[in-house]
Every structure is written in structure tokens, then in C-alpha cells.
Design a protein around this ligand. Structure first.
Ligand SMILES: *[C@@H]1O[C@H](CO)[C@@H](O)[C@H](O)[C@H]1NC(C)=O
Ligand SMILES: *[C@@H]1O[C@H](CO)[C@@H](O)[C@H](O)[C@H]1NC(C)=O
Length: 470
């Protein structure tokens, strides 16, 4: 009896030690993890955003983009008017996109679309010499730019007005895979963010939206010049902002930019927007010359899901289905037969969405200036950042680039641009009348998912036929 008592007492002591020991080590692990995850680079970024709200959709409107119900052939007849299926912004030229349910239309296009661009060029000593002009970089040569995630965070009604980022009107957050061998703390943080052991640790950095409020010693708000295709663009060099400066070397490595080259991020402002200089829309419709920031050509790019599905059916089976997001349109329409948008010269967007958010009850009007001539960029797979090809023929090492080979073959529907790798999508310019009406009414000229399109005028398009000067 006494022995049994002694034994069980010893046993419970033993297990009690064991429990205390286990609890202590769990607690210690927890504390270490908490320190790591609370101070890791991603968490540090998130904490700075606590007074802001992310601009995005809760569920993508393009989740069902491959559904055959959007596959209206060019011979078919649609039941009802075309509708806005989805809306996209590309705050940083050639980087990741943001999907939204509504977008504010301005003279220069949608707010926050292509308002930043990366440019690179020779490094002359410490700083770069403005006369040795830098050029924009894009997915054409740096396809991994598609893997730079972009978010926009904005102040809301109850934001603390004293918060630094609230005073900057919000910010852009860019996130990309850390090109360096990650530290063990980065690995732990990544694991607890993603619950995946294979996920690559990421870096993120914040870029304030409104540069006029930035008070930093030596920060130069005088725009610098860099090249975008054939033209000179101007922008404020954001490289002097500490969060940007700290991340540029890593970004340079991520994009495999040569060591002797510099890279920086440039911000478009109301002083640096310029007139479009190709395929000009008639002034009698648009009012005053079209303006843009860092888009290649016009303020707005529209495309149709039926057209993408029609192209998809022409692709080699290994390249199907064709992801519409390769074409980087702002406005995606549905319920319109394939390529029907190529007959539009003017249209307006009727405010028909079910949203209850405030907006000016004005139907924005657009002039359609030309087809979008494509380059190699649609070959970049938005999911991987790799140029896609079809399966190579038995005697060949490499396949042909896709979808551009198919676009050249089937979608060279006009001869206006000799350099075009086929045509898909339409360039559009908002007309001043609707912008002015909305300004008088207040509330903002918004385009929303679910809105309807009314075609006002039809005709033929030929790239370059409208002239490059008034
Ligand atoms: C879409 O329609 C075309 C014919 O117009 C057909 O060849 C193709 O297979 C269809 N695609 C899908 C995904 O149903
Ligand atoms: C808007 O509401 C109507 C009727 O409630 C519904 O039929 C329609 O699908 C809705 N549209 C969108 C885009 O949610």
C-alpha cells in the first residue's frame, strides 16, 4: 500500500515536471515566433498600413473568365447590351495589376492606373546624370516584373489624419520574392504567413502616393526625364525615399539588372502628364487633346472576353485556355460577340451597376481611336513571369512564342502598324463633356462592374489613319 502510494506520487511528480517542461518550451517557442513574425519585413510593412484600407475586390470578377457562356462567336447575336465584366488598374507600368469593382475616370484615364514607372540606365559615378537618359523597363525584357505584386492602400473616413501615410493620401505597396538567400527568421515568418514550406520569402516596400507632402532632406521634386518607347517622359524620382532606396538594390537583383546600371521608380504628377501623340481622337468629340501618364498610347484600354475566347480557340491545345489578363486591359466587357468592339467609334457607359456607392449619374463617353497593336508582352505568363511557347516540333529545340504567333497569323486584321504582332483590344479616350458634367454634379465619374455599354457610333479602324498631330 505504502509502496503503491509512493510510486503514484513519484509518477505524478514526474509527469508534472514533464508538463511544466513542455509548457515552458512551447511558451519559449511562441515568444520567439511572435518576435520573428512581429518584426519580420512583411509584418513591419503591414503595421505601417494600419490606418489605411486596401483597394481591391473581395472576389475576382474574372474567376469564371473561361466559362463558355462568354464565348460569343463573331457571327452570334448577343442578348442585351455589352456589360462591364471587370476593371483593372496597373499602378506601376508593367508590374502586377489590381482588380477593382469601380474606378474613377479622369482625363488621363483611371485614377491610379500607370502612375508610376521603373526606369533604368547607366550609373555615372554616385548619382546618375540626367543627360545620360534612362529608359523605362517593361516585361518585354524583364518578364519577372509581372511578379511584382502591387497593392494600393488608401485613407478612409475614420483614418487618423496625423498618420504619415494618411497625409500622403495613401500608398502603393510592392512585394516581390527576396532574391538573396533568406535568413532563418525570414523563413519562419514566411511559413507563418503562407503555411507553405516551399513559399519563397518576400520583401515589400511602401511608396507614398502624394509626393507633395513629403518633407525629406534632399528629396528632389523636380521631375527627371526618362524614355518610354519613342517619347520623353518625366517623373519625380522616388529613389530618394528611404523605403524605396532600401529596396531598389534587391529589386535590381530580382530583375537581373546589370551591376553597372541604376534603377529607380518615377512618379507621374499633374505637371508631367502629356498629350498623346499617336492615333489622335477627333477634337470635336473629345473636346481637348487626350492626356496620359505612363500608358504606352492612350488613357484607356478596353478588351472583350469573347474576343479572347475566340483567340484561345485558335491556339495550340497546350496554350489553352488563354488568360485574358495577359492583355492588361482596364475595362473587360462581356456579352458582346467576338471582335465586335473593333467596329465601335464611340460609346458611353450607362451607370447600371447594383452598387450603392456615391457617383455622379453621368454616362461617361469615350472615343475609340484604334485597335491595340500587340507586342511580345502577352507571351508573358502572368502567373509565372515566363515567356510561353507552344510545344516544339520534333526537330526543334524551342517552341514558337504564344499567343503572339497565333495573333500574328489570325489577328493581323489590318496593316496600320507594321510592327504589330497582331491586334486585340481597343484604345479609348474619355470625352470632356462627360468629365465636365460629372465635375459640375460632384460625386466623381465612376465606371463600375455591371454597367452597360451603349454604342453611339460605328465605323472602321486603321491604325495611324487619324494622324499624329492636330
Ligand atoms: C468557343 O467557340 C468556338 C467557336 O466559335 C469554339 O471553336 C471553341 O471551342 C469555343 N470555346 C470554348 C471554351 O467553348
Ligand atoms: C443587379 O441586380 C439585379 C436584380 O436584383 C440582378 O438580376 C443582377 O444580376 C445584378 N447585377 C449585378 C452585376 O450584380
Amino acid at each position: 500500500m505504502l509502496l503503491w502510494l509512493l510510486q503514484s506520487l513519484w509518477g505524478s511528480l514526474h509527469s508534472r515536471f514533464f508538463i511544466y517542461g513542455a509548457a515552458a518550451s512551447i511558451l519559449l517557442t511562441y515568444i520567439v515566433l511572435a518576435i520573428v513574425t512581429q518584426n519580420g519585413p512583411l509584418h513591419t510593412t503591414r503595421r505601417k498600413l494600419k490606418h489605411l484600407r486596401k483597394l481591391s475586390v473581395s472576389v475576382s470578377n474574372m474567376g469564371d473568365q473561361y466559362d463558355p457562356k462568354f464565348n460569343l462567336s463573331s457571327e452570334s447575336k448577343a442578348d442585351g447590351p455589352p456589360r462591364i465584366k471587370a476593371l483593372y488598374l496597373h499602378p506601376i507600368k508593367s508590374c502586377g495589376y489590381i482588380e477593382v469593382d469601380r474606378a474613377l475616370l479622369l482625363k488621363t484615364g483611371f485614377m491610379y492606373d500607370r502612375c508610376f514607372a521603373f526606369a533604368a540606365g547607366d550609373l555615372n559615378g554616385e548619382d546618375y546624370d540626367v543627360t545620360a537618359k534612362w529608359r523605362f523597363i517593361s516585361q518585354r525584357t524583364k518578364p519577372m516584373m509581372s511578379q511584382i505584386k502591387t497593392e494600393i492602400w488608401l485613407p478612409h473616413q475614420t483614418s487618423d489624419p496625423h498618420d504619415a501615410l494618411v497625409r500622403c493620401g495613401g500608398c502603393v505597396v510592392m512585394t516581390f520574392d527576396n532574391p538573396d538567400v533568406p535568413s532563418w527568421t525570414d523563413r519562419i515568418e514566411t511559413f507563418f504567413q503562407t503555411w507553405s514550406r516551399s513559399a519563397a520569402p518576400q520583401l515589400s516596400f511602401i511608396v507614398p502616393l502624394d509626393v507633395s507632402t513629403i518633407e525629406l532632406e534632399g528629396f528632389q521634386t523636380k521631375p527627371k526625364t526618362f524614355g518610354i518607347h519613342h517619347r520623353d517622359a518625366k517623373g519625380i524620382d522616388m529613389g530618394g525615399i528611404p523605403s524605396v532606396a532600401a529596396s531598389l538594390p534587391k529589386l535590381k537583383k530580382f530583375l537581373k539588372i546589370p551591376k553597372d546600371q541604376g534603377i529607380s521608380l518615377f512618379r507621374c504628377t499633374s505637371e508631367t502628364v502629356v498629350r498623346t501623340d499617336r492615333n489622335l481622337a477627333p477634337l470635336e468629340y473629345i473636346g481637348s487633346p487626350a492626356l496620359h501618364g505612363y500608358t504606352d498610347q492612350q488613357p484607356i484600354h478596353l478588351n472583350s472576353l469573347s474576343s479572347v475566347q475566340a483567340v484561345s480557340a485558335l491556339l495550340p491545345s497546350e496554350n489553352q485556355p488563354l488568360n485574358a489578363l495577359r492583355f492588361r486591359a482596364n475595362i473587360w466587357i462581356e456579352n458582346s460577340p467576338a471582335y465586335e468592339e473593333e467596329t465601335w467609334k464611340r460609346y458611353r457607359i450607362l451607370p447600371r451597376s447594383n452598387s450603392t456607392q456615391p457617383r455622379a449619374i453621368v454616362a461617361p463617353r469615350f472615343s475609340v481611336v484604334c485597335r491595340t497593336s500587340r507586342c511580345t508582352m502577352p507571351n508573358v505568363n502572368p502567373k509565372t513571369g515566363i515567356f510561353d511557347t507552344d510545344n516544339p516540333l520534333p526537330e526543334k529545340k524551342k517552341g514558337k512564342p504564344q499567343p503572339s504567333t497565333t495573333l500574328v497569323q489570325y489577328r493581323t486584321v489590318e496593316t496600320g502598324n507594321k510592327a504589330a504582332l497582331g491586334y486585340l483590344g481597343m484604345h479609348c479616350v474619355p470625352e470632356d463633356t462627360s468629365l465636365n458634367e460629372a465635375e459640375d454634379l460632384g460625386g466623381g465619374l465612376f465606371v463600375e462592374v455591371g454597367d452597360e455599354i451603349e454604342v453611339l457610333e460605328r465605323g472602321t479602324h486603321l491604325y495611324g489613319s487619324t494622324g499624329d498631330d492636330y
